[in-house]
Design a protein around this ligand. Structure first.
Ligand code: SF4
Length: 231
């Protein structure tokens, strides 16, 4: 697990902040609709982005950015993640972590050290269907334990659900909603077929906007704020 990409500034990925984006290659899932196919299927074909180069780049941008988004792939698989977070912290930058939540021990360690300012955790489908996503998957009991830990941590967070037909419907929203009941924020995202990891999904039609709005309505009772993205 190494860093495979860096993007200097983004207004979108760290709510309310101007951030740099760091991408790790590799993942413990293989969601057929993943929108970062090369990071999942062929990370070794992408050049590594050396950590010292990354830190120098961040130092140069320090006056122009508020923070760094650590994304992937699945960053919690990287053995050097915590030390990178410490280095970024030492630069005085805020940190957002994007994770599928399947390695809650890493999340716990980062939270315990005060290394995170915002965490986005994916809720992909019914817990019993995670095995169908491919990859190594994870232990759903620990996953749910990680969700509870994050919600009690005091660190700002959101849950994210890409509304892919066949994986997410109204009943799934209810089941996931009960798991995160009382959450601060739940972002429902539009599925983008043309970027899907599995080419068979390129021909699958995304939900129309009205259906996504219905799903967002369905999610309302479970989170203080429900957002719709990608419409
Ligand atoms: S967990 Fe995220 S990065 Fe990993 S395969 Fe699924 S969508 Fe892609």
């Amino acid at each position: 697990m190494t860093i495979k990409g860096f993007q200097g500034t983004s207004l979108l990925d760290f709510p309310g902040r101007i951030a740099a984006l760091v991408f790790y290659g590799g993942c413990n899932l293989r969601c057929p609709y993943c929108h970062n196919p090369q990071l999942i299927d062929a990370p070794d074909e992408l050049p590594d982005y050396p950590e010292d180069e990354l830190l120098n780049n961040l130092r140069r941008r320090r006056k122009f950015i508020d923070g760094v988004v650590i994304s992937g792939g699945e960053p919690t698989l990287a053995p050097g993640l915590l030390s990178l977070l410490r280095e970024i912290r030492a630069l005085g930058l805020q940190i957002k972590l994007d994770t599928n939540g399947l390695r809650p021990a890493v999340l716990k360690a980062a939270l315990a050290e005060g290394l995170l300012d915002y965490v986005a955790v994916d809720l992909k489908t019914l817990p019993e269907r995670y095995g169908e996503l491919g990859g190594d998957g994870g232990d759903m009991q620990s996953f749910v334990g990680g969700i509870t830990m994050l919600m009690a941590s005091g660190v700002d967070y959101e849950f994210r659900t890409t509304c892919v037909p066949g994986w997410i419907d109204a009943e799934t929203i209810d089941t996931l909603g009960k798991t995160i009941n009382g959450a601060r924020r739940w972002a429902l995202q539009q599925f983008v077929p043309e970027h899907a990891l599995d080419a068979q999904w390129h021909a699958v039609a995304a939900y129309p906007a009205a259906r996504l709005q219905e799903l967002a309505q369905r999610a309302q009772p479970y989170a203080a704020e429900v957002l719709l993205r990608g419409l």
